[in-house]
Design a protein around this ligand. Structure first.
Ligand SMILES: Nc1ncnc2c1ncn2[C@@H]1O[C@H](COP(=O)(O)OP(=O)(O)OP(=O)(O)O)[C@@H](O)[C@H]1O
Ligand SMILES: [Mg+2]
Length: 571
C-alpha cells in the first residue's frame, strides 16, 4: 500500500490570504469568554477577571515594524514560503496590527488568566488585587489558530501590548529578550527538546521602552542602570499554551466555589488541553475521569522526559514555576534561562531563582509542578474514588519515573547500555572539581579518545584542579579506562556516531547571544542570523570557521558578568 499522504506535495502557504483559509478559532468558539470582557477587544487596563477562560484583546501594534528574522525550519515544516515573513500584510499582523487581516481572520486576539505556584506553593501576592484574578498573559496575546497539514497550531504574540493581566506594566518585550527567546526556541527544537516554536520576530524602528539592566562589564548582581531598548514582537507557536498554572486557576475557583460555573470551567479547560495536546493518546470516548487519569500518566512521562532532556543539553529554565510549565509537556517561557558552560549542578543564571530552580534541581522543581498539576485536576475525580486512587499512585510515582529518565539520559550521553552508579558518581565529581565545559566535554568524549588529552580541551582548570592537576588527571585517566571497559561491545565508530546524536557540538551560550542582540539593537542582524544558522544544526560538525568561533571554552572575561552570566530579570 503506497503511503499516499507523505508523497503528496506539501501545501504552500505563500500569502496571508492562504494562511487565512486555514484559520480555525476553536479555542474562542469552544471555551468561555470572560462575560465582562469587551467583545471588541478594547480591554487593556489592569482589572480583575472573575470567570471565563479568555479575554478578547486587540494587540497594540509596535510602531514602524522591521523584519528581524523568521523561524526558517518552522516555515519549512508548515509549508510556508520564506518570502511571506517579509510581506507587508504578514509583517503587520505579526507585529500586532490585526486591523487589516483577511476576512476569515479575526481582528481580535485573546489573553488568558493563570495562577501561580512557586515550587508547589500557591501564591496570590503577584496579583495586584491579591486575589489571583489579575494574573495571566500580561503581554502574550494569541492572534490565530490554524489547522495546517492536519495539525492545529496556536500563534501567540509576545510583547503585543497590555492586557487586563498586565498588572500596570507596559505589555511590551524588548528586542534583547525577544532575540533570546527567538533563538532559543529554534535551538531547542533542533536539539530534539520539545518546545514552543519561533514563527517570527519584528522590531520597532522607533518605539523604545526603559528597562533596568547592567552597565557594560558590570559585575553587579542586580541591574545598575536604566536603559532604553527597542520594543519587539516575537510570535511563538504551539498546539496550545495551556500552563499548569492555568489549570490551577480554575481549580482554585472550583475549590472555593467562587462562582456557579467554576467546576464546569475547570472541566472544559482540562478537556481542551487533552484535545490540543493529548488527542493522539487519549481516547475521545472515555469519561472525563478516565481521561484525567490518562492525562496525568502521560504528562508524568512527558514532563520527566522533558526535564531529563534539559539536563542532557545543559539547559536551565531558571524560573520553573507552575505558570511557566506548559501542560503539554514542552518548554515554555524563555525568560531567565541559560545554557551552562562550566558544569555546576547549581548553575542558575537567574539571581532570583536560588537553588530551587538550579540546573540539577530541575527534576525536583518539576516534581513540585507535577504536584500542582495533580492538585489542580483532582476536583474532577471527586465522585470517582477509584480514579482518585490512580491519580495518587501516579503522583507518587514521580520520583521513580524521573530517576529512570535521568539514568536513561546519562547512559545515552555516555554511550552505555545500563546506568552505572559508580562510573557516574566519579564522573560528576570530576566534572565539578575540574570543572569541565559541559558541552565540550561530552562532545570530546563522543569522539572516543584514546587518552584524556582531547578531553582536556574542555577543562576550565579551577581552584581544586590547580591544587593537584596531576592527581585529577590520573583520576580522569582511570575514569576513562573504566568507561572504555563498559563500551567495548560496540565499535568506536558506532559508539561515536551514536553519542554524537545526543551530545550536541554547539549550544546557545549567553556570551554568543549578547553581541547578537547588541548588534541587532543597532540594526545589524548578521550575527543573529549566523547564530540562528549554527544553532539550528547543533549536532552537525559544521565548518572549521564555525568550530573556531562557537566550539570553545568561555573566555575568562565573560565570567561573573551581569546580563551575561547572571541576570535579575530578563524581560
Ligand atoms: N512588560 C510586561 N507587561 C505586562 N506583563 C508582563 C510584562 N512582563 C512580564 N509580564 C507578565 O508577568 C508575568 C511573569 O512574567 P514572566 O517573565 O514569567 O513571563 P513572560 O516572559 O512575559 O511570559 P511567558 O510566560 O508568557 O513566556 C507573566 O504573567 C507576564 O505576562
Ligand atoms: Mg512566564
Amino acid at each position: 500500500m503506497p503511503k499516499r499522504l507523505s508523497q503528496e506535495p506539501q501545501p504552500i502557504v505563500a500569502t496571508l490570504d492562504d494562511l487565512a483559509t486555514l484559520a480555525d478559532y476553536s479555542l474562542m468558539d469552544t471555551l468561555n469568554c470572560d462575560p465582562e470582557g469587551k467583545a471588541n477587544g478594547a480591554d487593556h487596563a489592569p482589572r480583575q477577571v472573575f470567570s471565563g477562560h479568555y479575554v478578547p484583546v486587540i494587540p497594540t501594534p509596535i510602531e514602524n515594524p522591521e523584519y528581524v528574522a523568521h523561524g526558517k525550519d518552522l516555515f519549512r515544516e508548515l509549508g510556508f514560503a520564506d518570502s511571506m515573513a517579509q510581506s507587508g500584510d504578514f509583517v503587520s499582523m505579526f507585529s500586532g496590527d490585526l486591523a487589516h487581516v483577511p476576512d476569515s481572520m479575526r481582528k481580535v486576539g485573546w489573553a488568558c488568566g493563570y495562577a501561580l505556584s512557586i515550587y508547589g506553593t500557591e501564591f496570590y501576592q503577584q496579583c495586584p488585587f491579591q486575589t489571583g484574578n489579575g494574573y495571566g498573559d500580561g503581554r502574550a496575546i494569541s492572534v490565530l489558530e490554524a489547522v495546517i497539514n492536519g495539525q492545529r497550531w496556536e500563534m501567540q504574540l509576545k510583547g503585543g501590548g497590555r492586557t487586563p493581566y498586565c498588572r500596570g506594566a507596559d505589555g511590551r518585550a524588548v528586542l534583547r529578550s525577544s532575540v533570546r527567546e527567538f533563538l532559543a526556541q529554534e535551538h531547542m527544537h533542533a536539539l530534539g527538546v520539545p518546545t514552543s516554536r519561533s514563527l517570527s520576530l519584528y522590531v520597532s524602528k522607533t518605539e523604545k521602552v526603559r528597562r533596568p539592566w547592567y552597565s557594560e562589564g558590570s559585575h553587579s548582581m542586580n541591574p545598575d542602570v536604566l536603559i532604553s531598548e527597542p520594543v519587539a514582537i516575537s510570535t511563538r507557536v504551539a498546539p496550545s499554551f495551556i500552563r499548569v498554572g492555568q489549570l490551577e486557576l480554575f481549580s482554585r475557583r472550583a475549590r472555593k466555589k467562587e462562582h456557579p460555573k467554576a467546576m464546569e470551567e475547570l472541566e472544559k479547560i482540562v478537556l481542551h488541553l487533552i484535545d490540543r495536546e493529548y488527542g493522539d493518546v487519549i481516547d475521545q470516548t472515555l469519561t472525563t475521569a478516565e481521561k484525567v487519569v490518562l492525562l496525568a500518566r502521560e504528562f508524568l512521562n512527558r514532563l520527566t522526559s522533558l526535564v531529563a532532556n534539559w539536563i542532557r543539553v545543559g539547559y536551565c529554565q531558571g524560573n520553573f514555576n507552575s505558570d511557566n510549565c506548559a501542560a503539554g509537556g514542552f518548554t515554555l517561557d524563555y525568560g531567565p534561562f541559560g545554557f551552562c558552560d562550566a558544569f555546576d549542578p547549581q548553575y542558575q543564571p537567574w539571581t532570583g531563582g536560588g537553588r530551587h530552580f538550579s540546573f540539577l534541581n530541575q527534576p525536583m522543581a518539576a516534581e513540585r509542578n507535577f504536584h500542582s498539576f495533580c492538585s489542580a485536576v483532582r476536583p474532577l475525580l471527586a465522585a470517582h474514588p477509584y480514579c482518585l486512587r490512580q491519580l495518587d499512585e501516579i503522583e507518587g510515582e514521580f520520583p521513580k519515573v524521573m530517576q529512570q529518565q535521568m539514568e536513561k539520559m546519562w547512559s545515552a550521553k555516555l554511550g552505555i547500555d545500563a546506568f552505572d552508579a559508580g562510573l557516574f558518581s566519579e564522573l560528576a565529581k570530576l566534572m565539578m572539581q575540574t570543572p569541565v565545559d559541559y558541552t565540550l566535554f561530552f562532545r570530546e568524549l563522543s569522539l572516543v579518545p584514546d587518552d584524556i588529552e582531547p578531553l582536556k580541551t574542555s577543562f576550565y582548570r579551577g581552584r581544586t584542579y590547580a591544587l593537584d592537576p596531576e592527581g585529577i588527571d590520573e583520576r580522569w585517566s582511570a575514569w576513562l579506562t573504566e568507561w572504555k571497559s563498559l563500551t567495548q561491545s560496540r565499535s568506536c565508530d558506532e559508539l561515536s556516531s551514536q553519542m554524537k546524536l545526543v551530545n550536541p557540538k554547539y549550544s546557545l551560550r549567553e556570551w554568543f547571544v549578547v553581541p547578537a542582540y547588541q548588534q541587532a539593537a543597532a540594526g545589524n542582524y548578521a550575527l543573529l542570523r549566523e547564530l540562528q544558522e549554527v544553532m539550528t544544526q547543533p549536532y552537525a560538525e559544521q565548518s572549521k570557521d564555525v568550530e573556531k568561533k562557537y566550539y570553545r571554552l568561555k573566555p575568562p572575561e565573560f565570567f561573573d558578568v551581569g546580563g551575561s552570566s547572571h541576570y535579575s530579570c530578563s524581560s
